[in-house]
Design a protein around this ligand. Structure first.
Ligand code: TMP
Ligand code: MG
Length: 212
């Protein structure tokens, strides 16, 4: 497969500012004349809609079923011929994605065997690795305070779980350090300051004049 666009993933615990930072980056890239498409997991497809119901508790499901569903949602997200990530990349459009397989390892891999979750995601890892993963690091206490202000809390949104999830992310960064390019960006400062650090990590992907 010829990949012309860049694939940039945002990761972090809940409330870490991923969607805000991703939108700010998208606006900036577009203003710089770089075509990009913004997307997220769980997706808006029927797979993602079912996952959303599991996260809010409207549907009660086993952790194994949820982990498998996330992997299925992801494979459809990559390969869908109408609006899949690969389709955009092949067209020369860069893709910014809020969460990808590291979310599965860090979240689902803490509740069912991590090795099984990694195997479930092996096809996605073989099909499409990010050019860069930006991990927004915020103390789980601060993230939970932001989540509480939103109102509804979801399946993994307790302080204890979030602490475990953050630890699991770092365990996975150590484990996959050779294969994955991860930029860790602290996210407790003003959003403009965080955005400057996000851009500094991302822009070298677009070459020449953007190099640090
Ligand atoms: P969001 O809060 O970023 O919208 O993501 C929804 C929730 O789904 C969040 O708590 C993380 C969780 N999640 C997983 O457990 N596994 C996954 O593979 C993904 C993509 C998300
Ligand atoms: Mg959330």
């Amino acid at each position: 497969m010829e990949r012309k666009g860049k694939f940039i993933v945002f990761e972090g615990t809940d409330g870490s500012g991923k969607s805000t930072q991703m939108k700010l980056l998208g606006k900036y890239l577009k203003a710089e004349g770089i075509a990009c498409y913004l997307t997220h997991e769980p997706t808006d497809s029927p797979f993602g809609a079912l996952l959303k119901s599991c996260l809010t508790g409207r549907v009660d499901a086993d952790e194994h079923a949820i982990a498998a569903l996330f992997a299925a949602d992801r494979l459809d997200h990559i390969t869908n011929p109408v609006n899949g990530i690969r389709m955009w990349l092949e067209k020369g459009v860069s893709v910014l994605c809020d969460r990808y397989y590291l979310s599965s390892f860090a979240y689902n891999g803490g509740f069912v065997p991590t090795e099984w979750v990694i195997e479930l995601n092996r096809p996605a890892m073989q099909l499409l690795r990010p050019d860069l993963t930006v991990f927004l690091d915020l103390p789980p206490e601060d993230g939970m305070a932001r989540v509480a202000r939103r109102g509804e809390t979801e399946r993994y949104e307790t302080l204890e779980k979030q602490r475990g999830i953050r630890e699991k992310y770092f365990e996975m960064f150590r484990r996959f350090g050779k294969d994955e390019t991860v930029a860790i960006v602290r996210s407790e400062a003003e959003k403009e300051c965080t955005q400057a650090n996000v851009r500094a990590a991302v822009m070298p992907l677009f070459g020449g004049k953007y190099g640090r």
